[in-house]
Ligand binder design. Structure first.
Ligand code: GTP
Ligand code: MG
Length: 264
């Protein structure tokens, strides 16, 4: 009797995850993007880019790995080279395709929260760092920044959803999240949008504290996920559902942009 009940629960959960995945894959995002992008060149396909930001080692690459395997419904693979190493592993921005119109972009993580690092993030948001073959460079001097010539022009046809990825450490300190306030302000100033916050390692005890800290910093779009990792690659309904909820949230973010009344 119990086994039968468990089987039924499994079937319901599996249906829920499949429904979420179908909703994501079939979301009319192409049409929405066209209403947002007026000056898109006729031959180009409008693209939505989920652009990740955050500190080094906080789970950006694993979030990309998790989104890829869940959206495509395939086994987990470490395509982004996520590792245990505490140093900054990802050095370049790398674009990964989720669907025809949707990409997710891994990023170099912030290490010291310096003005140089924030400056680079600002340039990315302004669309001045679209040459993805180059390493993300945090070494630009003050004068370099002052006289910077932007060789890459903003490309029409791209809509960005800014996302900050933050790991719920086993230790919580009050000054951890406020370190990112300059980044949050840059995102709001440049894109006019508040970032979505994704809390990783969310099965720990401090998740509520980190959530509150982001709320206090003015970010209210906060989602929690437990990423798939090399140590924990086995797909589960709960983890799949959390990842798909995040992806759908990014699309609803765009939907809200479309629904906003236009300024005259
Ligand atoms: N348990 C658990 N481990 C995670 C989670 N997300 C990431 N990790 C682990 O944390 C470590 C760092 O993750 P990465 O995805 O490489 O972090 P990153 O933000 O890309 O780091 P950089 O590229 O250095 O900026 C890896 O060992 C991951 O497997 C999570 O949600 N849960
Ligand atoms: Mg990485």
């Amino acid at each position: 009797m119990e086994a039968l009940q468990r089987q039924e629960e499994q079937r319901d959960q599996s249906k829920l995850v499949n429904d979420l995945r179908n909703k994501f894959v079939n979301f009319p995002i192409g049409r929405m993007l066209l209403t947002l992008i007026k000056e898109a060149p006729a031959e180009s396909r409008p693209q939505l880019t989920i652009q990740l930001f955050g500190k080094a080692g906080h789970g950006k690459s694993e979030l990309v790995n998790s989104c890829l395997c869940v959206a495509r419904d395939e086994p987990y693979k470490n395509k982004c080279g996520a590792t245990d190493c505490t140093g900054a592993v990802t050095r370049k921005r790398e674009m990964y395709t989720l669907t025809r119109n949707i990409r997710i972009c891994d990023n170099r993580g912030l290490k010291c929260m310096t003005s140089r690092e924030f400056y680079e993030m600002e340039q990315q948001l302004k669309g001045k760092r679209d040459d993805l073959s180059k390493d993300v460079n945090f070494e630009t001097s003050f004068f370099g920044r002052l006289f910077a010539v932007n060789t890459v022009k903003e490309k029409p046809g791209n809509v960005y959803v800014p996302v900050i990825v933050y790991k719920c450490d086993s230790h919580y300190a009050e000054d951890q999240v406020p370190e990112l306030v300059p980044l949050i302000k840059i995102i709001i100033n440049v894109s006019g949008k508040k970032p979505i916050i994704v809390l990783t390692c969310s099965e720990g005890n401090n998740t509520a504290l980190f959530k509150q800290a982001f709320n206090d910093s003015g970010c209210h779009d906060i989602l929690t996920v437990e990423n798939y990792t090399e140590r924990n690659p086995k797909r589960t309904h709960d983890q799949d559902a959390a990842i798909l909820t995040f992806l759908l949230h990014c699309l609803e973010f765009v939907q809200n942009e479309v629904a906003k009344p236009k300024r005259m």
